[in-house]
Design a binder for this molecule. Structure first.
Ligand SMILES: [Zn+2]
Length: 420
């Protein structure tokens, strides 16, 4: 089994909406390697983003390969078919080697009663007092509880199995890293639910290397975590223990780890994540939320002149189409429209004011999370500008790249993976 494609312990998911920043992103991983920690890049771009921008997964592959070549990166790297399902997977099959199998929409769709019965009968170890090494208080369940969790999740896991087998058919055994994601749903999964879900995934014979549950608290796109950090920390550690238990008892891949979706900018939980993985030796996949696009706008604004003018134009357009741009992301953003600056005001801003409002430095009094989130969902505006936007990126490559690298390295990789 040595030829199975294997995701290393630490990885970071980065999005590159306009396929211009792969090198700057990879530079952050190079910095980590120089500091002695291997963090491998996973380039992700969802079907939704490809559709909004009008791009193809093969372009993401070409950009990633070119960056790897340019920087002489000799460690693994991956291309993520991000949040795919049976309907959308087609164009991702050839260029991708990491598949985020999204079954959030299938949660709650009941499985056949006989399948639920069979699951409960097959897993007496999940009923009663479930002692898991690493968790002080054992989980206490009864058959009705396990049946309830199976009713809620078994159908979704069976759907994941179908998608996995379709990818397997197309790509072959061991040729890709499978992840199952359940994060884009309403309620978080508790650690004991995660354990039951993992048992079902093992039964379905999907050799997942990462799983993305929905964690407690809010993970809005591109902004700080909103929730109880102590509770997150406890649940994250229990999730790690549940995973270790499932690997040992159900034969899931030994490198199985948690994937933290929309994990960028959640500065308040990074110490908890770092401490938990350091203590246990577990791995983690930190998936950022397309925030490289924001660093592009920051770089353009910082450049001043025509760069700043384009940044202001992006805001003006985003502001006037706010409802339309926000709609597809309604559940993962939290914009207070009354806190958005007017277009007139922004048009009068200096580079410093624009950058200060957008860059995620909470100690800066100019920072405005509402402004940041609106621009985050506003990438369609830049896509509509077409070559004019791309030419601005190229003309200001250095200052944009500096922002892209610094954001990933200083604000994400260092605190999460190096604990510094
Ligand atoms: Zn996700």
């Amino acid at each position: 089994m040595s030829d199975v494609l294997r995701l290393p312990q630490f990885s970071i998911g980065t999005g590159d909406r306009f396929a211009h920043q792969a090198k700057a992103q990879l530079q952050a991983c190079v910095n980590a390697a120089k500091a002695g920690v291997e963090v491998v890049p996973v380039w992700n771009k969802s079907n939704r983003e490809h559709t909004i921008i009008g791009s193809e997964p093969s372009q993401t592959r070409a950009a990633a390969d070119a960056a790897v070549k340019a920087l002489g990166w000799d460690k693994p790297y991956f291309l993520d078919a991000d949040h795919i399902n049976l309907k959308t997977m087609g164009r991702f099959v050839a260029p991708c080697d990491f598949f985020t199998i999204d079954v959030a929409d299938d949660i709650g769709k009941p499985a056949a009663a006989a399948d639920v019965d069979a699951f409960v009968a097959r897993h007496p170890e999940l009923v009663g007092t479930v002692n898991i090494p690493g968790i002080a208080e054992p989980f206490r369940t009864d058959e009705a509880f396990v049946r309830g969790v199976a009713n809620k999740f078994l159908g979704a896991v069976q759907e994941a199995g179908k998608i996995y087998r379709a990818i397997l058919e197309a790509k072959g055994e061991g040729k890709f890293v499978p992840e199952i994601s359940m994060d884009e749903t309403d309620l978080p999964q508790t650690p004991v639910e995660l354990l039951i879900i993992l048992a079902a995934i093992a039964d379905e014979k999907v050799p997942i290397q990462t799983i993305a549950p929905k964690f407690t608290g809010r993970f809005n796109k591109g902004v700080e975590y909103v929730g109880d950090v102590a509770q997150f920390s406890r649940e994250f550690e229990e999730d790690l223990a549940a995973i270790a238990f499932a690997v040992k008892n159900y034969g899931l891949p030994e490198n199985l780890k948690l994937s933290v979706h929309s994990g960028s900018d959640k500065f308040s939980i990074y110490a908890a994540i770092h401490n938990a993985v350091t203590k246990t030796g577990a791995g983690v996949h930190l998936k950022t939320a397309g925030t490289t696009w924001l660093e592009e706008v920051i770089g353009l604004a910082e450049a001043g002149g025509s760069g700043l003018a384009i940044a202001k134009e992006v805001y003006a357009e985003a502001f006037s189409h706010a409802d339309e741009l926000m709609a597809p992301y309604a559940t993962v953003i939290d914009i207070k429209k009354e806190k958005l600056p007017s277009v007139e005001e922004v048009n009068g801003w200096t580079s410093e004011q624009f950058v200060g409002a957008l860059r995620h430095v909470q100690s800066n009094p100019l920072y405005n999370a509402n402004f940041r989130q609106l621009i985050h969902v506003g990438f369609k505006v830049a896509a509509k500008m077409g070559p004019r936007y791309l030419e601005a990126l190229e003309a200001n490559e250095e200052i944009v790249a500096k922002n892209v690298t610094e954001n990933l390295w200083e604000r994400h990789i260092r605190p999460v993976f190096l604990g510094a």
